[in-house]
Design a protein around this ligand. Structure first.
Ligand SMILES: *Cc1c(COP(=O)(O)O)cnc(C)c1O
Length: 410
């Protein structure tokens, strides 16, 4: 029976945005290492390609692939995850306000707190698992809501549909035109919409295989492609996906005007990566589930946080919102820092390193490594203790991974 309607996720991973090269029949999208494109007559360009910061065919293929995977119409690829965040935050002007999760990725908070604050954009951090507190965090000029779910490293799960509902309930903020003056907008005379706060979800930890924020009511999905989308720890990149045409116009304008685009070579590598995204995420999730259950039975482990465990405070929500629970596990060891340090020095297969989302397993100590810049009092409030370790479970044989942890804990 021929398939009706849109293709399934696995098929889109491999084919979306890509067709055999029309000039040669090459099945793989070529890497267009070119800065410019020849015009037939002034202003007459082929397929919209005039200069490679604005558009590049390898990037176009990746951008449509990622858009398809997130169930969106428009994709944008950037030089890093934080460059994609920078693009979104350029929708704002001085005096605007952002509501964001209390344990967002450290670099995301740094960008708001140490860069955009100087441009007059303020923010309020809130525990978004508490909807009443989230609602109270809105201010008259809240223009953007930044959600991360699951969070890092405490793996809190935020109800995207509920928070998006809070943003919509604020209604259109009178007079808001993104980017401010009309002269700075994508097209002269087009000043952008008057609208309720834009809801952005950093979907890095889940990947599009496990969670699609646009379908839950978000306006924009953001990714650090460095992590699961890339999956091989060999590049740094970022992406945005949205559906709204006006928002897409403005983001396209900003992507080109600010210029932190992804290189064609990285786009090519990511097109390889997304071909296996579905298979990788399924294995990451299966391995992590088994390891999380095993860790709960170990006498040296005090607490295991994994959205797939019934003991996780938002387990029911995670089940509703995600199709599987991903590869990230956080665990607290008995014995505090000395035990954690001993354990981290003794693991062998789990590499002691920052970052996450690759096919190889990594492990790290948030208090000393990824979250060292978070003040000790904030770390304590979030539950990031000295005995806490974070695992990025890879797709190796799970028996070898458990063997490694067992030996190191022993
Ligand atoms: C790594 C990461 C980022 C930043 O992405 P880069 O590609 O390092 O710029 C943002 N959010 C989350 C959740 C991340 O893990």
């Amino acid at each position: 029976m021929s398939q009706q309607g849109p293709q399934r996720f696995a098929t889109r991973c491999i084919h979306a945005g890509q067709a055999p090269d029309p000039t040669t029949g090459a099945i793989m999208t070529p890497v267009y290492l070119t800065s410019t494109f020849v015009q037939a007559s002034p202003g007459v360009v082929k397929d919209g390609y005039d200069y490679a910061r604005s558009r590049n065919p390898t990037r176009t293929a990746l951008e449509s692939n990622l858009a398809s995977l997130e169930g969106g119409k428009h994709g944008f690829a950037f030089a890093s995850g934080l460059a994609s965040m920078d693009c979104v935050l350029h929708l704002l002007t001085s005096g605007d306000h952002v509501v964001l999760c209390d344990d967002v990725y450290g670099g995301s908070f740094r960008q708001l707190d140490k860069v955009f604050r100087h441009h007059g954009v303020t923010c309020t951090r809130v525990d978004m698992t508490d909807l009443a507190a989230t609602e109270r965090a809105f201010m008259p000029r809240t223009r953007l809501v930044w959600i991360e779910t699951p969070t890092n490293p405490m793996l809190k799960v935020v109800d995207v549909a509920a928070v998006a509902g809070l943003a919509r309930a604020r209604g259109a903020s009178a007079g808001w035109t993104w980017g401010g003056a009309a002269g700075r907008t994508a097209e002269p005379g087009k000043t952008g919409g008057t609208r309720s706060p834009i809801v952005v979800v950093d979907n890095t930890f889940a990947s599009p295989r496990l969670q699609n924020p646009l379908a839950l009511g978000a306006d924009v999905t953001m990714h650090s492609c460095t992590k699961y989308i890339g999956g091989h720890s060999d590049l740094v990149g970022g992406a945005l996906v949205c559906n709204d045409e006006e928002l897409a116009d403005r983001l396209r304008f900003l992507q080109n005007a600010v210029g932190a685009v992804m290189s064609p070579m990285d786009c090519f590598l990511l097109l390889r990566s997304t071909k296996t995204l579905h298979v990788r995420m399924e294995r990451h999730s299966a391995n992590a589930m088994e390891i999380a259950r095993w860790l709960t039975t170990h006498p040296k482990v005090e607490r295991v946080v994994y959205p797939g465990l019934e003991s996780h405070p938002q387990h029911a929500l995670a089940k509703r919102q995600m199709s599987a629970f991903g590869g990230m596990i956080t665990a607290t060891l008995r014995g505090g820092l000395p035990e954690a340090r001993r354990f981290l020095e003794r693991v062998h297969l789990f590499a002691l390193a920052e970052s996450l989302g690759g096919v190889e397993s990594l492990i790290e100590h948030p208090a000393i490594m990824t979250h060292a810049s978070v003040p000790a009092a904030n770390r304590a409030a979030l539950g990031i203790s000295d005995g806490l370790v974070r695992l990025s479970v890879g797709i190796e044989d799970v028996a070898d991974l458990i063997g490694d942890l067992e030996r190191a804990l022993g």
